[in-house]
Write a protein that binds this ligand. Structure first.
Ligand SMILES: *[C@@H]1O[C@H](CO)[C@@H](O)[C@H](O)[C@H]1NC(C)=O
Ligand SMILES: *[C@@H]1O[C@H](CO)[C@@H](O)[C@H](O)[C@H]1NC(C)=O
Length: 291
């Protein structure tokens, strides 16, 4: 259990640092240039008291002994980040529907958000948490704000056909559900190179052809194009704000974080400092570094 939420933290950091907007931010304050600073007033919630957290992520409850990692705060180099104020957030988002769509990185982000809000509100607040058609939604009834999680490892469809499970790189039917929200936060990447038992599809469909497999980077590229075209054609961007929250590196090769021979991040205790990951950016970023 130990290293899991530390991995989660690395994932969030990296997703943050590697967010697609990194190199495109022309404003004075680049939120992605900075460092992790220790802050005694953190953490802002106790995960063991958060009713929305999945057990795999609840490291304190399951006895992780070191807690230092919970007290780091991201500090951009050139500007202060205001401290998160849950009640102010809910007032500003009053009446809005927010949805996270993606893999376990999205679970992390969603859980952090709903736990931050849970801790920020008085105990008598009316907070409901329900799962309908696999979509988990926490609603802050006093503000009319809902925050949902839609798990989708690849964003594009996976359909059960007679001959097997087909990943359809040209199709996003779940988008009809997503686009009803006011804010959408997407991520996908970590599943694209998985094979064998870890691969939840048997065939790939692209341009009306069924293939057993193909270059995974080309497949990822195609799926993101389908996604981007869907945003352009189907999402009313006057109403709905869309974020692509970035990609995360995997953490199976310690060389990437200056620890040769290490094959996971189970024993890591402190964040890497600075804005540059020693292992470089994940391949997913290679072709979209340009604005
Ligand atoms: C990272 O560097 C900053 C600035 O030098 C320092 O304040 C901070 O404590 C460091 N954080 C870690 C995790 O070493
Ligand atoms: C909380 O809000 C829901 C939805 O409006 C409502 O059905 C429920 O009765 C409320 N619960 C309390 C304790 O007020």
């Amino acid at each position: 259990m130990g290293g899991r939420d530390w991995c989660a933290l690395i994932v969030i950091l990296c997703a943050f640092v590697l967010s697609t907007t990194t190199r495109c931010d022309k404003s004075k304050c680049d939120l992605y240039e900075g460092s992790w600073v220790y802050d005694e007033s953190y953490p802002m919630y106790d995960s063991s008291k958060c009713p929305h957290i999945r057990k795999e992520y609840d490291c304190i409850k399951y006895g992780r002994p070191d807690l230092t990692y919970l007290s780091f705060r991201w500090q951009p180099t050139n500007c202060p980040l205001p401290r998160f104020d849950g009640e102010e957030f809910l007032r500003k988002m009053s009446g809005k529907k927010i949805m996270y769509v993606g893999d376990s990185v999205s679970i992390n982000q969603w859980q952090s958000m709903v736990c931050l809000l849970h801790a920020a509100l008085p105990p008598q607040s009316n907070i409901t948490d329900e799962t309908i058609n696999s979509i988990r939604t926490v609603t802050y009834q006093d503000y009319g704000v809902s925050i949902s999680l839609f798990l989708s490892h690849y964003l594009v469809d996976i359909v059960d056909e007679k001959f097997g499970r087909v990943m359809k790189l040209d199709s996003i039917t779940d988008g009809d559900i997503w686009k009803e929200n006011d804010v959408l936060i997407f991520n996908t990447w970590l599943w694209w190179y998985r094979e064998g038992a870890k691969q939840p599809w048997d065939y790939i469909e692209i341009n009306n052809k069924i293939l057993k497999d193909m270059d995974r980077m080309a497949a990822f590229h195609k799926a993101l194009k389908t996604w981007a075209n869907w945003v352009d054609s189907d999402v009313d961007t006057e109403k709905t704000t869309v974020f692509f929250q970035g990609v995360s590196p995997s953490h199976y090769n310690g060389v990437e974080w200056n620890e040769k021979g290490v094959t996971n991040c189970a024993k890591e205790r402190l964040p890497l400092n600075g804005s540059t990951y020693p292992g470089g950016v994940p391949m997913a970023r290679w072709w979209w570094n340009k604005c």
